[in-house]
Design a protein around this ligand. Structure first.
Ligand code: HEM
Length: 343
């Protein structure tokens, strides 16, 4: 289908909206009526036509506006994109993977023409037509990681792999759920996960790391993660907590349906060919509560998940204070009927 790109904002007047199409394909993350952390990894081999899993790097109606929001964040704080000196090759690997995938998966929107190392990249939605030399940074306006991730929805962490460990040595992080690249840069897998409750004791991170270290080229993996955000904000960073944290106190029984958003991250994992780094794209999808409950089985299930979520998780995810109000709202949409397994 041809995508109609929305003209919308993720700040100030929050004009972000999901069309019926975007609601229908939303990656609702709950397979049962309760939720607990697990090593929920699977192969990333596409998915049903039209779903967010179908293409390698999903492009949707929010693309152009999300890229505009990223540019605003970077203008204010350039440290949201960083790459340690040994990660430049991984940046080129990332550029290649995204350009090849997008031009193959969306030939009407993106074109890549390669003549040896002379590459021409056309990005029609963003009005870019640029010829450059692959592996020659002087032919790009900025580093390869920054160049391509200014044109690709979602955040990107690039992990160096050495000593049987992953290190967060590069990234483009502007749509994150309250963590900071500038704080985490150079940390290892266990260090940057230190704030997460319960999962360490459950052995989840040890098993997850083992899985990640063995991801092979051409065999990407994926998982979903989720949290909650008041207002459709992409940039919920610790750097800007003073701006968005206070917005959580503006929730009322009257506005909760339109203001409270479920935030779902489609996380994928790709082994990169030249650098052997691991690319970790984190694609954020937002949906208002009032749109979730328009799908009866989602409304019913979300009520039960939020009601029974362990306190540690509701606290870590930042909605413990608003949980009673969420439950009052969602309980109206839970008729007590059983739900079937699966989404
Ligand atoms: C949270 C990064 C892979 C499970 C986080 C956080 C970061 C992060 C930065 C936020 C920590 C904070 O509060 O400061 C990454 C990176 C990964 C990766 C870069 C890829 C190498 C995984 C995998 C799992 C996982 C494979 C599998 C179980 C979690 C969980 C949380 C978390 C459960 C808490 C999320 C929540 O409750 O909202 N991760 N992660 N991560 N990560 Fe990862």
């Amino acid at each position: 289908m041809t995508i109609q790109f929305n003209e919308e904002t993720f700040r100030d007047d929050y004009s972000f909206r999901n069309s019926d199409w975007a609601i229908k394909r939303f990656p609702f993350p709950f397979h049962e009526d309760s939720y607990m952390y697990s090593v929920n990894m699977e192969q990333h081999r596409g998915g049903p036509e039209g779903s967010v899993y179908e293409k390698r790097f999903d492009v949707d109606e929010h693309y152009v506006s999300e890229m505009r929001d990223r540019a605003i964040v970077l203008a204010d704080d350039p440290l949201r994109c960083q790459s340690l000196p040994h990660m430049t090759l991984a940046g080129w690997d990332t550029l290649e993977l995204i350009m090849v995938s997008k031009s193959e998966d969306y030939p009407d929107l993106f074109e890549l023409h390669r003549d040896g190392n002379r590459w021409r990249w056309i990005n029609k939605p963003m009005g870019i037509d640029h010829t450059f030399t692959f592996l020659d940074e002087t032919t790009l306006p900025c580093g390869p990681l920054e160049y391509i991730t200014r044109q690709a929805q979602g955040d990107y962490a690039v992990l160096d792999q050495r000593n049987d460990m992953l290190y967060m040595d590069a990234g483009m992080i502007t749509t994150q759920a309250d963590w900071s690249l500038d704080f985490d840069i150079g940390m290892d897998f266990f260090e940057w996960h230190a704030p997460v409750p319960l999962a360490h004791e459950m052995g989840i991170f040890k098993r997850a790391l083992k899985f990640l270290l063995n991801i092979q080229q051409g065999a990407p993996a994926r998982r979903l993660n989720w949290t909650m955000t008041v207002n459709p904000l992409l940039d919920t960073s610790p750097e800007n907590y003073h701006k968005w944290g206070v917005q959580k106190t503006t929730l009322t029984p009257e506005n909760i349906g339109s203001k409270q958003h479920l935030r779902v991250e489609l996380q994928t994992f790709y082994r990169l060919p030249r650098s052997n780094a691991l690319l970790f794209p984190i694609r954020c999808y937002l949906i208002a509560f009032q749109d979730i409950v328009s799908v009866p089985k989602w409304g019913r299930r979300l009520h039960r998940v939020i009601r029974d979520l362990p306190e540690e998780l509701a606290t870590y995810k930042g909605f413990i204070d608003n949980r009673p109000m969420m439950l009052d709202y969602l309980s109206q949409y839970d008729d007590g009927l059983p739900t079937s397994p699966g989404v």
